[in-house]
Write a protein that binds this ligand. Structure first.
Ligand SMILES: Nc1ncnc2c1ncn2[C@@H]1O[C@H](COP(=O)(O)OP(=O)(O)OP(=O)(O)O)[C@@H](O)[C@H]1O
Ligand SMILES: [Mg+2]
Length: 231
């Protein structure tokens, strides 16, 4: 579904990603883990072409997309939940969802009704301005908005950031419910969140992959957790 093949990404003169390669199989959930500033957001941004890698390629369903402008990449069917759960603060919950809606006709398509089934709290809050929601509710709205685009691949950048443990658990349960419906690639600093939702895990440090394997393998690998995640 998604393949990053030895990508190198720069901000100006700053070389941030170094020959980074990873793969996400269709229908699976894969997490990229790493400490602060290691390049998780830059990896997600590189997939969307913001900025595009200067060398190496990104493939989506086997097709090279790293030479396309960001809006074309998005239209291929890639949804993004950016870091910091960005929503339109002065629109209501329902309006936030409706302005994002696209391709909602198919039988399995995400519709207002279906995202409300996934996040019942959003139905309760549908008339409220988004800036009145709690952090957890805003994160749910940000995920729901991305689903309204009916993507085949959903990118999520630190969905657990700044949320209380109980809310993180709720968001994790929803990500698990998405399994099989679409492919998910998420960046996380929260090891437990990643272990709960992901099938496969990549750990990066200073813009390079330092460990990769199944979540079950990382769960028991205290050395790797200590060395790269400080757990
Ligand atoms: N716009 C930018 N211009 C220059 N350098 C940047 C820019 N954005 C990020 N960086 C640098 O690139 C490196 C990787 O940053 P990135 O945001 O990808 O890390 P991250 O793993 O997402 O961190 P966090 O967990 O804090 O979100 C950091 O050293 C950061 O300072
Ligand atoms: Mg980040």
């Amino acid at each position: 579904m998604l393949e990053l093949d030895k990508i190198n990404t720069y901000y100006g003169d700053t070389h941030v990603l170094w020959d980074l390669s990873l793969k996400v199989e269709q229908g699976t959930t894969v997490a990229i883990l790493g400490r602060n500033g290691m390049g998780k957001t830059t990896t997600i941004r590189s997939i969307m072409g913001l900025p595009a890698p200067t060398s190496g390629v990104v493939r989506f369903r086997g097709e090279v997309i790293s030479d396309l402008p960001p809006f074309r990449i998005a239209r291929k069917g890639i949804g993004l939940v950016p870091q910091g759960r960005i929503v339109f603060p002065s629109l209501t919950v329902k309006e936030n969802l409706l302005v994002a809606a696209r391709g909602n006709e198919g039988e399995d398509a995400w519709t207002l009704g279906r995202v409300y089934d996934l996040f019942p709290i959003l139905k309760e809050r549908e008339g409220l301005h988004a800036d009145l929601l709690s952090g957890g509710e805003q994160q749910m709205l940000a995920v729901a908005r991305a689903l309204m685009l009916n993507p085949d691949l959903l990118l999520m950048d630190e969905p657990s950031e700044g949320l209380a443990p109980m809310v993180i658990k709720q968001i994790g349960q929803v990500i698990c419910q998405l399994k099989g419906k679409l492919t998910v690639f998420l960046a996380e600093q929260n090891l437990n969140m990643a272990l709960t939702v992901a099938d496969g895990i990549y750990i990066i440090s200073k813009g390079a992959v330092v460990w990769e394997g199944p979540a079950d393998e990382l769960r028991h690998n205290e050395d790797v957790k200590r060395k790269w995640l400080g757990v």
